[in-house]
Ligand binder design. Structure first.
Ligand code: DUC
Ligand code: ZN
Ligand code: ZN
Length: 472
């Protein structure tokens, strides 16, 4: 059975042009003008619409135990929300415990495989290093995992020491992994948090005040220098300061293989949001910064300093004592209310996997901060290339998976929790006016979203093996 998408305007990382796309089975088989429709094909008229590759979000945390609760989207609801926002591939992080790495991966497959509604892959967190773990890391390649995340913060929980990060970088260089780093200064944060608590400073803004921008900038610089000494490429996750992206820009000008991503929250929100009555909604790590940082990060996206927009999707309910309705079921999961009266107990994380494309289209492309080609580069093509999924994912060429969005550039909507499909009770972009929205989404040739209708199902998403990462 074939699908012919006719007369759309295709947007890729490099071009904008009118063409038809033929899908046969799970793949794109032809792109061109006036492609004849095979017998029995479904024809979709995309005149006046944009046709783009499905989004690739390389930073999600589904079903992640944290702060005595769990992130409220699992690998089904999170995938469904992603699809409604035009994302067809996600890469989630496998937490490391004290057991063998392959056991950790197996456990994450147990959580994800039966629920997956879009395609997915994994990164491995390395949060504890010893000689056994060092020996096990190379085996991850056979599991399709070619990226390792390390932390310079979260002392006594997730953090590795600088020497350990250096060792991971050297293993990565030898075996062809990409190291991703969460860059904040764990020691400084620990001292400031202790002092804040002793001083009785318990409200949400203290989350940002105890995690200074300078400590993030310093950790970015330190990670870059560790990577340089290990002669390994580096990818810095959720970049959030003008100073930090400045370090990346300077390093790239020296032709060193350092790359970075940011997330929508660091483009639109700042510390002042934490002063609101519902400030806990904006608590994540790294925290919200300043309007100048928002601006500096937009600039870094526009000038190519940053290669990727991801989401760090890790949602919690704002009030997890009150159920919401999700697919006819009442669901309530403890969330931000756990930290009422003590910011250190507010679960860190935000919803975002479904918001990324619609928000960035209106407020990035629509406001001429980035071009339509950059929109595709940042949200689809670059993440697929960097993490070894290209050209199966992230582009529109014959042979690629038919993960395709039909985008209505004229659709005007008021966005918010009712439109987004996340399993949580709030949305950070509540009431925002959007122009341009997802109309149809195909996953490997199957229509999974059509307007407000959902045709996806649990288990239809496949695990995709990441090949060797690419430096952009
Ligand atoms: N930051 C968060 O806010 N949540 C999950 C993980 C992370 O790095
Ligand atoms: Zn992180
Ligand atoms: Zn994260």
């Amino acid at each position: 059975m074939a699908v012919l998408i006719k007369s759309g305007t295709l947007i890729t990382a490099a071009e904008v042009f009118k063409a038809d796309i033929l899908i046969q089975g799970e793949r794109i088989t032809a792109i061109g003008k006036n492609i004849p429709a095979p017998t029995d094909s479904t024809i979709i008229d995309a005149k006046g619409k944009y046709v783009m590759p499905g989004g690739v979000d390389v930073h999600t945390h589904f079903d992640l135990p944290m702060f005595g609760t769990v992130s409220s989207d699992d690998h089904y609801t999170g995938h469904k929300a992603a699809a409604f926002g035009g994302t067809t591939t996600v890469i989630d992080f496998v937490p490391q415990d004290t057991g063998p790495l392959l056991k950790n991966v197996e456990l994450w497959h147990e959580k994800a495989d039966e629920k997956a509604a879009i395609d997915f892959s994994f990164h491995m967190n390395i949060t504890h290093l010893d000689s056994r773990v060092e020996k096990e890391i190379p085996d991850l390649i056979n599991e399709g995992i070619t990226s390792l995340k390390v932390f310079t913060a979260y002392n006594n929980r997730l953090r590795l020491l600088d020497g350990e990060i250096f060792k991971v970088l050297r293993i990565a260089r030898t075996h062809g992994f990409l190291v991703m780093v969460h860059a904040e200064n764990g020691d400084v944060i620990e001292i400031l948090v202790k002092e804040a608590l002793e001083g009785g400073h318990l409200s949400p803004e203290w989350h940002a005040l105890t995690r200074p921008a300078e400590s993030a900038i310093e950790a970015v610089f330190r990670a870059i220098m560790l990577a340089k000494q290990a002669d390994a490429p580096l990818y810095i996750v959720h970049m959030n300061t003008t100073g930090g992206v400045g370090e990346v820009r300077r390093t790239r000008q020296m032709n060193l293989p350092v790359m970075g991503e940011t997330c929508p929250q660091y483009l639109f929100f700042n510390k002042k949001h934490l002063l609101r009555k519902d400030g806990a909604k904006w608590i994540c790590s790294p925290p919200m910064r300043s309007p100048e940082d928002n601006e500096g990060i937009w600039q870094a996206l526009a000038d190519g300093t940053l290669q990727v927009i991801s989401t760090d999707h890790c949602p919690f309910f704002y009030d997890g004592t009150k159920p919401i309705e999700y697919e006819g079921e009442k669901i309530a999961i403890p969330g931000k209310e756990l930290g009422k009266g003590d910011f250190t107990k507010i679960p860190n994380g935000l919803p975002g996997v479904g918001d990324r494309l619609p928000i960035i289209w209106t407020y990035g492309v629509g406001k001429k901060r980035i071009t339509p080609n950059q929109f595709v580069q940042l949200n689809s093509t670059n993440p697929a290339k960097i993490f070894g999924l290209y050209p199966q994912k992230g582009t529109l060429v014959p042979g690629s998976d038919a993960d395709i969005l039909i985008w209505d550039p004229e659709k005007v909507i008021k966005y918010g929790v009712e439109i987004a499909q996340h399993c949580t009770d709030y949305n950070l972009f509540e009431g925002w006016k959007l122009k341009g929205f997802v109309e149809k989404v195909f996953l490997r040739g199957k229509l999974i979203v059509d307007g407000r209708k959902w045709f996806g199902r649990r288990g239809m998403g496949k695990f995709v093996f990441c090949a060797e990462p690419m430096v952009l």
